[in-house]
Write a protein that binds this ligand. Structure first.
Ligand code: ADP
Ligand code: NA
Length: 333
């Protein structure tokens, strides 16, 4: 009964990387081209759940906007916004803070990971409540589908729990049960120096991370230096099971080339990494250098970015204002 509508977001916390590109941005552009209504968001309110220097946050938000557009998000076809410019996100989050339970938040693995070995009492209240704001980001649009990487699966389950409890408590069928869409060969791109760790913005010590602002030589060098094992590539996906580094590189190739892992291995099975890595480097450079070039052009045109985000927020509020108004009515306000 809900019209298909896609929403997804990325934090402006700097260092946009290959995992964000393959797990998120490239797939956002695919959804846009399929003709579904698409809304993409820079979630700056999420970024401040941990300390952000104001100047860094301003720069990262602009850089992320440039990253969206350079990856193929067309602000005419999609609604492209910065979260803090659409106040209904935070307003609905407050209502959801009163629907969600403390215990639900405490069980989130991302919360546990981020506070592991630290004094959780000293974490911000915002970091704890983050998944409730994320539910509001999605449900303030009645979004039905959220393309994300695997790391966000649990937060999407929580979004459904919040929608279910709200609908049940108030005896309505108002919020949809949003589906995560976790698909493609690169739903979890791993670090190029450690196949057991996710490639992440927030690991400052990972010099192997391929950033979307890297130039062609840097990309090629990072791929040449990526950790591998001495065996040649297997001829089918099963042969990658106990080889996390090899599997990661093949997944990256498949995702960049819009192929399945088996198609990649049909071409490269039996061949050594000394042949595979240069092919992967060429592919990555061909696809990522235009992204980095367009990003730096946009970064030099701040006015263009500001205009796009102002217009995006106006269009977004045509959807979010009526949904918030109706929510308040349901709640008795
Ligand atoms: P990060 O985890 O790097 O801080 P975000 O949390 O802002 O990035 O995530 C933005 C989007 O990128 C989400 O859809 C997330 O699932 C996806 N993503 C992040 N890291 C990876 C990765 N290593 N592989 C695939 N997708 C990823
Ligand atoms: Na993440």
């Amino acid at each position: 009964s809900f019209t298909p509508r896609v929403f997804s977001g990325i934090q402006p916390s700097g260092n946009l990387h290959l995992g964000n590109y393959l797990g998120a941005l490239k797939r956002f552009a695919d959804w846009q081209e399929r003709g579904t209504e698409t809304i993409y968001c820079m979630v700056d309110l999420h970024a401040i759940t941990v300390w952000q220097d104001p100047a860094d946050l301003r720069r990262a938000t602009r850089e992320l906007c440039a990253g969206f557009i350079a990856s193929g998000i067309d602000p005419e076809k999609s609604i492209l916004i910065n979260q803090s410019q659409v106040p209904e996100h935070a307003q609905l989050a407050w209502v959801f803070n009163c629907v969600a339970r403390m215990g639900w938040m405490g069980r989130m693995t991302q919360w546990k990971d981020k506070t592991a070995g630290k004094n959780a009492e000293a974490a911000s209240l915002g970091l704890f409540a983050y998944p409730s704001l994320m539910a509001a980001d999605i449900l303030v649009y009645h979004a039905t589908h959220v393309p994300v990487g695997e790391d966000q699966k649990q937060h999407l389950e929580l979004t459904r729990d919040i929608a279910t409890k709200f609908n049940h408590d108030y005896g309505v069928d108002f919020f949809p049960l949003t589906e995560p869409v976790i698909e493609g060969a690169a739903t979890r791109v791993m670090s190029l120096r450690d196949g057991s760790k996710k490639m992440s913005k927030s690991d400052p010590s990972d010099a192997s991370r391929i950033n979307l602002t890297d130039d062609a030589d840097t990309i090629a060098k990072k791929i040449r230096k990526a950790k591998t094992d001495p065996e040649p590539l297997p001829s089918e996906a099963k042969g990658l099971e106990d080889r996390p580094e090899a599997r990661n590189l093949v997944n990256i190739f498949a995702a960049l080339n819009n192929q399945t892992v088996d198609q990649v291995l049909a071409d490269f099975g039996g061949r050594p990494f000394s042949e595979f890595k240069p092919a992967l480097a060429d592919l990555a450079v061909a696809q990522l250098s235009p992204v980095s070039t367009e990003m730096s052009r946009l970064m030099d045109n701040q006015d263009e970015i500001d205009r796009i985000l102002t217009r995006g927020a106006e269009r977004a509020r045509e959807i979010t204002a009526p949904i918030l108004k109706k929510t308040y009515e349901i709640v008795g306000m």
